[in-house]
Structure formats: C-alpha cells, structure tokens
Design a protein around this ligand. Structure first.
Ligand SMILES: Nc1ncnc2c1ncn2[C@@H]1O[C@H](COP(=O)(O)OP(=O)(O)OP(=O)(O)O)[C@@H](O)[C@H]1O
Length: 583
C-alpha cells in the first residue's frame, strides 16, 4: 500500500495548522538562513579581491570585515532559532498525534488489547510518532530551503563562470543519484540492529515483570545467560550497522567531496592562468563547492526519511481505521440508586473458540448481593466483563435498570459500576493519588470520610504519612490486603450503583479476610453487588447464589434456601467444606 499525497497533506494540515504562526516563522527563518549562507562567501570574495588589488582603503576593508562578522552572527542566531522552533513545532505536533492515538486506542474494545503486547503498542504509538518527528518539524521547509540553497549555489557559480556552473551542475546531479542509491545499503543492517534491540527489551520487560517468580524458582542463571546472548547479538548487529552506515554515507560523501574539489581546482587553475578569474573568485568557488554537499546531503536524507515516514503513516492509518467492536452510541440517562441487573439468554465466545457463556438468564434486584461460584474457566469473570461492556454478548441482552446496556453511554455505565479484582493496580504516587486516581478535584475530606465509612481508620492511622504516604511502583510498600482496602475506598469514592468484586479475597489469609468483610459490608450498603469467589466464606452473607459450570447456570437461588436444601450443589459444597475449584 502506498501513501498518496492527500495522506501527507492531511497529516500536515491536521497537526501543523494549530501552530500556524510558529510554522510560518520557522519557514521564514529557514529561507532567511539560506539567503545569508549564500551571501556570506560573496563578502569574503569581495574582501579578498579588495585586499589583493591594493586599491581599497582600510575603511572599506574594515566595513567589509564588519559586514561579514555581522552576517555570520545573524546566521548563527537564525540557525539556533530555527532549531529551537523546529523542535517546538515537531514536539507539539507529535505529542498531539500521540494523544489522539492513545485516545483512539483506549476507546477500542478489549479484544484489541488482548491481541497486542504492551511493547507492540508502545512501538505503535511512540515509535511511529518519533518517525514522523522530522516530517512534522519542517520537512517541507527543509526540503525547500535545501533545494533553494542548491539552486542558489549553482546559479551563483554560473554568474561567476559558466564553465564552473555547468561542471558542478552535472556533478551535483550525479552525486544526488549516487547518494540516493547508496543510502539504502545501510537499511538492512539497521533493521537487524533494531530487531536485536526489540528482542532484548522484550526479554527484559518480561523478566523484570516476573522478578518475584524468577527469584523464588532460581531462574537467575537462565536470565543472565539469555541476557548475555541477546546483548552480544545486539552489540554485533549494532557494530555492523554502524560500520556499514559510516562506509555508505560518510565514506561515499568524502569521496564525492574530494572529486568535487578536484573538479573545482582543475577548472580554477585553468581559468586563473588565462586571467579569467580572481583569487577571490577561486575562494568563492571552493567555498560553494564545499557548501554544495549540505543541500545534497539534506535532500537525499530527507527523501530517505520519507520512506520510513510513509511506513509509519500506513501503520498509523491502519490503527485509526480500527473500530471498536463495542459501539458507544447510547444516549440514555439514568437516576442514581442501587442497580437492577437482568441477563436474558446471553451467550458469548472470545473469537472462534467455543462458547464461554451459554444462554445465561437471571435477574438481580436492587440492593441484592449475588455470590457467583464456579470452577476455574466457568465464565464468571467473563460475565462481569460483559456487564462492564468490555465486550458485547454474541446473542441475548443485558439490561441495567431496565435499559439495554448498548443504549447507555459507556462513560455513564463505567461511572455506575465499581470493580475490585484480585490484582489491584496501584500506581507510583501517594495514597491520595491512588484513591482519587490523580483527580485533584477529590478533596481530602471526602477521602477521609470514605475511609471512615468503611471503618478503616485503624489501618489509615498506621500509615506513616497519612494520605501523603508514598507507594512505589507496582504497589510496593503495601500488602495485598492493604491494596484491597485502597481499592474498596476508591470504589466508595466513585459511589457506583453496582459493585463487582472478582475474587478479591483470594490472596488474603482468612483472618485478614474476616477483617475486610466489615469494610465490604459497608461498601455494599445501599448498592447492588456481585461477588465472585472460590472461597465459600467470602459469600456467606450474600442474598443469592449462582453456580456456573461450562458457561451455563447450573444453580441459582436464595442463599438461605439453598443452604437448607440438602440436595443443592451449594449445600453439598458447604458440607464438604471444599473450595469451589475442587468441587
Ligand atoms: N481474553 C480472553 N480471550 C480468549 N479467551 C478467554 C479470555 N478470557 C478468558 N477466556 C477463556 O474464557 C473462559 C472463561 O474464562 P473466565 O475468566 O470468565 O473464567 P472464570 O470462571 O472467571 O475463571 P477463574 O475462576 O479462573 O477466574 C476460559 O476458558 C478462558 O480461557
């Protein structure tokens, strides 16, 4: 697939238009800098000719010298401002692009994230934006100013001497062809180096995430051996890429510069011996020949960068074209209050694999708490994911307060449901940041009130710095039980109408669980709840029990009645006292 002109134009217009004034200033400075670069050697030529003729006054020479110094100073100033503005424009444009991409990805359904590793997503969002940096930070102007500089140099060489003009025009054309053809030589080795780096970082990411398991299972020798192998592969590929890159760019450029100088030198001697040019003109022609390589190099490298730019544009467009399978088209409004949940003949499967939920129907009335039991893989978590609309059912419907989930805006639905899972995700920051999800509008008073409502004062007072207590990356510094308390408080602050607790107690010991039960009771007060559990003790206070097996409801009823019924699965589980996995 190729990138057509419209796609380049759309990208430039979308991300550069908001910075109109800066972009115009950048273009003007690039063009102004080009003009000064062309004028400066003319000043030196005039100075040399005036000095060697012996006819110019000291003041005239001083004037020329001062003019040259001023022009050089202005040229440096312009080049610093150009780099600064180019960076500002490039970063602002690519950051806006990153934000748009991230927002788009976050709106996609969970199947999108399941198919991609975090590394791939980072590469897609950040890597491709980096590739577009130079394109958005003035590609058009840089190409334009390089072309102007090239045309300017050749034009001035023609003015100086037509033979020199023709010779260096031909030389420039041949050089451009050689540079474009040889730049591709380094691409395969560069790609291999990139692949080796990706492998190394992918390996490190995975191993560092599983550090605790590696430590306990004695996996360090394996880690060090593989790290060494991957690192040495990275070193070898990087060394080769560097050498090939140097040979194919610097080496060839150096040869071309030498050939250019030989041409200029030969013609200059020929013309000087015939008295057709001055010493100043010889200097000027040498200077312009040296300068010729700047635009030649820039034009070829910009054209080469355009190749990687087009690959990134294709990938970004692919990403943008991806639509979420979960459409956010609803506009229903809803009053607050305990939720009423109804599943009607709901079936679901993840892709082509078999059915995970099969014709599930039940009604959970407001203020009721449902205990959801079932063996591993029976579909419990999937049911809550459907409620949260991470996926939509393949058939059947789910109603929340009588409204089909599809008719409720996603934002509103997510506000109405609070969820605590086994793996509470804590972020690097203070307890305050973690309770409010970095939302500064949540006051300390509200947080303290929530902690008090849940009866967690004792735990809170033990924290060394109260709300300012710092939690390190991955929740380090808090126990699993304490992390659950943070999660409960978070949910209470959200004030949802439905609370889902997915095996929240599986990592807690029985004593801690008992202690947390108090907070749980308060959290569920005036709310509807669904508690997924393997431990029967976790659901001993719920109103209803549902047992799932192979995605089907095999038992559903009032907990107390099921307890009394000796033939029920639930009472059999209670009698054997076994956890649900082994039942
Ligand atoms: N993202 C996914 N993609 C594909 N299949 C999945 C996905 N998540 C779960 N499954 C499959 O769906 C089935 C039900 O999984 P689910 O997590 O709902 O079970 P569960 O009852 O909550 O199990 P557990 O008690 O172990 O948490 C399993 O066979 C699982 O392999």
């Amino acid at each position: 697939m190729n990138v057509d002109f419209k796609q380049y134009r759309d990208l430039l217009v979308t991300y550069l238009q908001p910075q109109g004034a800066k972009v115009i200033a950048l273009g003007a400075m690039l063009l102004f800098g080009t003009a000064i670069s062309l004028v400066n050697p003319q000043l030196i030529k005039s100075f040399i000719d005036a000095a060697t003729s012996g006819r110019s006054s000291f003041h005239a020479l001083l004037g020329l010298g001062l003019l040259f110094v001023t022009a050089t100073f202005v040229s440096q100033l312009v080049s610093v401002c150009t780099v600064y503005l180019g960076q500002v424009v490039g970063w602002s444009a690519t950051n806006a692009l990153r934000v748009d991409l991230l927002r788009h990805c976050l709106r996609l359904d969970m199947s999108f994230f399941n198919k991609r590793t975090p590394g791939e997503l980072i590469e897609r969002i950040d890597g491709d934006c980096n590739n577009l940096f130079s394109f958005l930070s003035g590609f058009v102007f840089q190409l334009l100013s390089s072309a102007m500089l090239l045309i300017g140099i050749i034009g001035l060489l023609f003015v100086e001497n037509w033979r020199m003009g023709i010779a260096l025009s031909l030389f420039s054309a041949i050089s451009i062809v050689i540079l474009i053809r040889t730049r591709g030589i380094a691409i395969p080795s560069g790609r291999r180096e990139q692949e080796a780096r990706t492998h190394l970082y992918g390996f490190l990411e995975e191993r560092l995430t599983g550090m605790a398991d590696l430590r306990t299972n004695g996996g360090f020798p394996h880690m060090m051996r593989t790290f060494y192998e991957l690192h040495s592969s990275r070193f070898l590929t990087a060394r080769k890429a560097w050498m090939v890159g140097r040979m194919s760019t610097w080496g060839i450029t150096a040869i071309l510069i030498a050939i250019g100088n030989i041409i200029t030198f030969s013609i200059s001697i020929f013309l000087y011996q015939r008295g057709q040019i001055t010493i100043g003109a010889i200097y000027l022609m040498f200077h312009y020949t040296e300068m010729l390589f700047r635009p030649l190099d820039q034009i070829t490298s910009q054209l080469q960068k355009l190749q990687s730019t087009s690959v990134s544009i294709i990938r970004l467009n692919e990403l943008y074209r991806m639509q979420s399978a979960v459409e956010d088209q609803g506009c229903a409004t809803m009053a607050s209050g305990p939720a009423d949940i109804r599943f009607r003949d709901v079936s679901f499967s993840y892709g082509d694999q078999g059915s995970v939920l099969d014709q599930v129907s039940f009604h959970l009335e407001p203020n009721q708490v449902l205990g959801l039991l079932g063996r591993t893989g029976s579909g419990k978590t999937t049911m809550t994911r459907l409620l949260f609309r991470m996926y939509d059912p393949c058939s059947g419907e789910i109603r929340f307060n009588g409204t089909n989930l599809k008719d409720i805006p996603l934002g509103l639905l997510q506000q109405k449901i609070g969820m605590v899972t086994q793996e509470v995700q804590l972020f690097q920051g203070t307890i305050r940041d973690n309770l409010s999800f970095f939302d500064a509008s949540v006051s300390d008073e509200r947080m303290l009130e929530a902690i008090q409502t849940l009866g967690l004062d004792e735990w809170f007072h033990r924290l060394p710095d109260g709300l300012d207590t710092y939690i390190r990356s991955g929740g380090e510094g808090l126990s699993a039980g304490e992390a659950q308390l943070v999660a409960f408080t978070r949910v209470l602050l959200k004030d949802p109408d439905l609370v889902i607790l997915d095996e929240f107690s599986s990592r807690l010991d029985s004593l801690t669980e008992q202690w947390i039960q108090g907070a749980l009771k308060r959290l569920l007060l005036n709310r509807t709840g669904i508690i997924i559990a393997h431990r029967l003790a976790t659901v001993r206070h719920v109103n209803h029990i549902m047992i799932l097996d192979g995605g089907r409801i095999v038992e559903y009823g009032c907990r107390e009645e099921l307890e009394q019924d000796s033939g029920s699965r639930y009472s059999r589980l209670l009698q054997t006292g076994l956890e649900v996995q082994t039942a």
